[in-house]
Design a protein. Sequence first.
Length: 325
Amino acid sequence: MQILIQRPRRLRQTPALRALVAQTRLQPAELVLPVFVREGARNAQPIGSMPGVVQHSLDSLVDVAREAVAAGLGGLMIFGVPARRDATGSGADDREGILNVALRRVRAAVGDDLVVMADLCLDEFTDHGHCGLLDSQGRVDNDATLVRYAAMALAQATAGAHVVGLSGMMDGQVGYIRQALDQAGFTDTIILAYAAKYASGFYGPFREAVESTLEGDRSTYQQDPANATESLREVELDLEQGADIVMVKPALPYLDILSQVAQLSSVPVAAYQVSGEYAQIEAAAAQGWIDREKVMMESLICIRRAGAQIILTYYALEAARLLRR
Ligand code: PBG
């Protein structure tokens, strides 16, 4: 008797065949590079727990923005590291605050050739390191924080941000900021909502990158890693309130969430491959335990495959260069 063997391997024979049938592709235009800019820095400073990532000076930030344009990246997400912090995070909406100065410098250099995004959150600017204002009992005060976020949004839009990245996880932040932007005439400023953001240990190296002063954690506002369904609620609420793009964060440990969000969302979905995901790859590769480039590109394609249309990754420039080779 002749047995017919089904042969899926037939389509895997050569690189050309594999490229022909590949269901997921990566393009530089879908990648966004997160960058740190430090107030008063004369030149770029390395970040120990994120080898290859730096705290930029204003000048080196402008250089990297130009490199991002040349590499065909989709955008830049800028985080500010201020020299001074206070209880209300006053540096966040100060016209001369580091993030707003950086936005003006970058927009002057790249115009509309790159989508310029700003992190909209207070944690880098508060002396206690929380993402919002604290009440008299030391709890994060949701509604008082919204007022500060609105001021920050206006400062960032004025400074030239195309996109404000709402990473604070306060309830109602999307609607509140949308209204503040619209009333001030910034109807074209885009809101990228960190819709499903988990209280994750994978943010560890980021805390070094922004010199975070946080003691304790963010579990009262960021999501519990044990939960999936509430991500869908967070996304629905953000869509109702006018989010233009929704994001899931971290990426690789949360691909199930990403996949569900991608099915639900009527707007583009982004994912953030965070500092700890990056550091894990770097650390293992430095030991010679994994192939760095292979794992870097595999992690990105997997995030894409799970449903992210846009990926924020510290590998953006390097990946873009590899893709163009
Ligand atoms: C908050 C913010 C964080 C990150 C991005 N925005 C830190 C946190 O929520 O604790 C983490 C990014 C990363 O780890 O790469 N402004």
